[in-house]
Ligand binder design. Structure first.
Ligand SMILES: C[C@@](CO)(OP(=O)(O)O)[C@H](O)COP(=O)(O)OP(=O)(O)OC[C@H]1O[C@@H](n2ccc(N)nc2=O)[C@H](O)[C@@H]1O
Ligand SMILES: Nc1ncnc2c1ncn2[C@@H]1O[C@H](COP(=O)(O)OP(=O)(O)O)[C@@H](O)[C@H]1O
Length: 284
């Protein structure tokens, strides 16, 4: 049998860091949502007890470093599954972009193998497994829109943000999440975003208020290290996006746009700077 799963990208509408924890991770407060840009994952049963990964993308690991491989191995070990699986990743989400492509692939693999092998594992249990693979994986298991706390694994699902266009642009650099967190001085954050402002704007379906409250403390670090990200932000603002922010640890910058008529101008303007530009809808 063969099954398919979609693995959508996430954006962070707000990302605050409260403090560095004794375990080295950072205590965060983030509002995350999914956008309609997704990897497609095909999973096919194999009688032989092995995990094989393939992808059209030449720039991701295809061995045990791949997060989909790790997800498959985890579920096989934990539930004592003796069959193997062939997993093909049709990558469309740019890699190391702040869009959680690898985490979403891992989450989709957990969901898919749960179906393929009839394991009947509840979502909450898949999220606990996912937390072993990465901080963003639990959110990606269910998607939607959520307030994430702890190191990102504690989730409170909330209503969807007001529907809008999301223009994503990734400059041609790869950013390491651990490097960005590592360079953040949690005691000296200049501007904390208003998580409550973002939450109330979403609750009240106030698009303009949502745009005014977007904020990400990791921007300070990434924009200083990579001036091209700052430039991209300014460019997106100049082109008329209603709200502009870097997603996660970057370097992708997203712009929220309410009027469809404005999207082509922003998209075409950004294509002059980088090749990875996408105009998508928020997933509601
Ligand atoms: C910044 C965010 C925002 O959504 O996303 P990305 O930019 O990666 O998409 C996440 O917090 C990233 O989550 P994820 O990419 O799953 O991180 P992990 O694999 O768990 O950790 C990678 C590294 O980031 C650091 N890390 C991660 C999460 C956290 N709350 N505190 C941290 O300090 C740790 O140093 C860890 O070694
Ligand atoms: N299935 C996967 N897709 C993308 N990257 C992967 C995958 N598995 C492992 N990786 C590795 O994970 C790292 C982060 O990738 P990604 O999840 O795209 O970043 P981010 O969370 O910043 O969006 C990359 O260095 C990449 O080599």
């Amino acid at each position: 049998m063969k099954i398919f799963e979609k693995a959508p990208a996430k954006i962070n509408l707000s990302l605050d860091v409260l403090h560095k924890r004794p375990d080295g991770y950072h205590e965060v407060e983030m509002v995350m949502t999914m956008v309609d840009l997704a990897d497609r994952i095909e999973m096919q049963e194999m009688a032989r007890d092995t995990i094989i990964i393939s992808s059209q993308a030449g720039y991701i690991p295809l061995d045990e470093k791949n997060l989909a491989f790790q997800a498959a191995r985890l579920i096989k070990d934990r539930y004592d599954v003796k069959q193997g699986v062939y997993i093909h990743l049709d990558k469309r989400i740019p890699v190391a972009a702040g869009l959680a492509g690898g985490s979403s692939d891992a989450a989709a693999t957990l969901r898919g193998l749960n179906r393929l092998w009839n394991l009947n594992i509840p979502n909450e249990e898949l999220q606990v497994l996912g937390a072993e693979l990465g901080s963003d994986v639990p959110f990606c298991v269910t998607g939607g829109t959520a307030l994430a706390t702890g190191r990102g694994e504690k989730l409170e699902h909330i209503s969807a943000p007001p529907q809008c266009w999301v223009v994503l642009a990734k400059p041609p650099i790869n950013v390491s999440t651990s490097e960005i967190y590592g360079k953040l001085n949690a005691r000296e954050i200049k501007h904390h975003p208003s998580t409550s402002g973002v939450l109330s704007a979403i609750r009240d379906k106030q698009f303009d208020r949502l745009c005014d409250n977007l904020g990400n403390v990791l921007e300070e670090v990434t924009l200083d290290l990579y001036p091209e990200v700052r430039h991209l932000k300014e460019c997106m603002q100049r082109l008329g996006a209603d709200g502009v922010l870097m997603s996660g640890s970057g370097p992708t910058v997203f712009g929220l746009v309410s009027k469809e008529a404005k999207v082509p101008r922003i998209y075409n303007g950004l294509r002059g700077f980088c090749k990875d530009v996408y105009a998508v809808r928020m997933l509601t």
